[in-house]
Design a protein around this ligand. Sequence first.
Ligand code: DAH
Length: 342
Amino acid sequence: MSEFEKRVREIAEKASDEISGVDGLERLNEIRIAFLGKKGTLTSVLKGMKDVAPEERPQVGKWVNDAREAIERSIEESRARLEAELQNRRLSAEAIDVTLPARKQVSGHRHPNTVTLEEVERIFTGMGYEVIEGPEIEYDDYNFTKLNIPANHPAKDEQDTFYITDEILLRTQTSPVQARIMEQGKLPIRMIAPGRVFRSDEVDATHSPSFHQIEGLVIDRGITFADLKGTLDIFAKKLFGPDTKTKFRPHHFPFTEPSAEVDVSCFKCGGKGCRFCKGEGWIEILGCGMVHPHVLEMCGLDPEVYGGFAFGIGLERIALLKYEIDDMRLLYENDVRFISQF
Ligand code: DAH
């Protein structure tokens, strides 16, 4: 065996040993460069060609080429094996165990206001009322004038709010929805209008510059105060329990005549008097009255033919009572630990 043949064979064997023991793609590449690269061991054999007798050169060239092909083949085989291993390792590392229990989704909780509003809506829709909405940004005209609160009326000061222009403001009450729906002139009307209202009040346990009301309005021929009393009495019994009694106290609202405030017998002590009702036995829950003839007129209805009643409920007030929460601020903090109790 010639010296060249021996050398090429040795190189091929060494390469084969190293390739079969390789444990990574990077190392495999190093091996390829060490044997087949420009300065590689096998390549250097070709560089010694000048010392070979010309007639032997083709033979030496063939040995070197055969060895190169063999080395390349086994490098490719190793590369395929290593890549497959890597892929398998990746797949098993990313494997999803479908038998594991699902991770619990931490979702929020319905707000006491929402729960209460849905209950109020259920009660009134059950009596044939429609639920409608009006704008939170309102004309002074609807918020005050059409509700019989003219420019210099003291009620306007009591409901001080946020003006956007001289004529446009954040509504102080949901009552303007009454005027809007009456103006549309589709009769009879049986609606409630829940929504956000705004007043420039300081924040404390019972006040907030933004809170919610639920307006109610019924307009038809022949509606009487008895209808108002019956409706609100049923509402109170459905909301606070069948033993609840209602009391109508005369009051004044500019857009109703006569007007009343409604108290319910304390659902905590049944009327005997306790800490909850401050010893009174009664708790105020809303304002109401028969729609003022002047309001009907301003909204395009003939007070000789049509009449009806209206009421306004403070949503937070009801929610605080129902869930025995003693500070309104808790309703606006959105602390799930608090909210999930209800
Ligand atoms: N809008 C009144 C307020 O904010 C509440 C109210 C009272 C509404 C009597 C009414 C009503 O519809 O008849 O104080």
